[in-house]
Write a protein that binds this ligand. Sequence first.
Ligand code: HEC
Length: 109
Amino acid sequence: MMKPMQQLGVVIAVILTLGSTAMAADGGNPKKGKHLYKKECKACHSVNSEGPELTPMAKTMGQWDRFFQRDQHKSKPEVFKALSEQELKDIQQFLYDHAADSDQPQTCG
Ligand code: HEC
């Protein structure tokens, strides 16, 4: 049996771990994400395309997470609906990994 103080310590450790976990998609594969991004997003997000030109570093990590979790491409919902949950996670992870405030900001997708 753990003493009450030790139990409290465990609870606090768990809360801290959960709280500090980056929001980026759990289990997203950034390599696949890069490929998917080029295939599924670039057509509408390059110069002279339908949507605004977009690169991973056009947004911060937090902005990408919000986009994937809340916005979910609401300006054209069918875009996200056509992709599987896993594909979206992969793309999210790729964009997140190369966001403006990431370790490796990237201009090209
Ligand atoms: C069929 C064309 C099309 C495809 C495919 C597409 N988008 Fe978009 N996207 C748009 C349009 C149009 C807008 C709205 C632009 C506006 O608000 O004026 C938009 C808006 C966005 C925005 C918000 C723009 C901003 O500056 O904040 C983001 C982020 C975005 N798309 C990401 C993606 C991602 C990621 C993918 C691939 C999964 C994707 N889009 C695929 C057409 C597309």
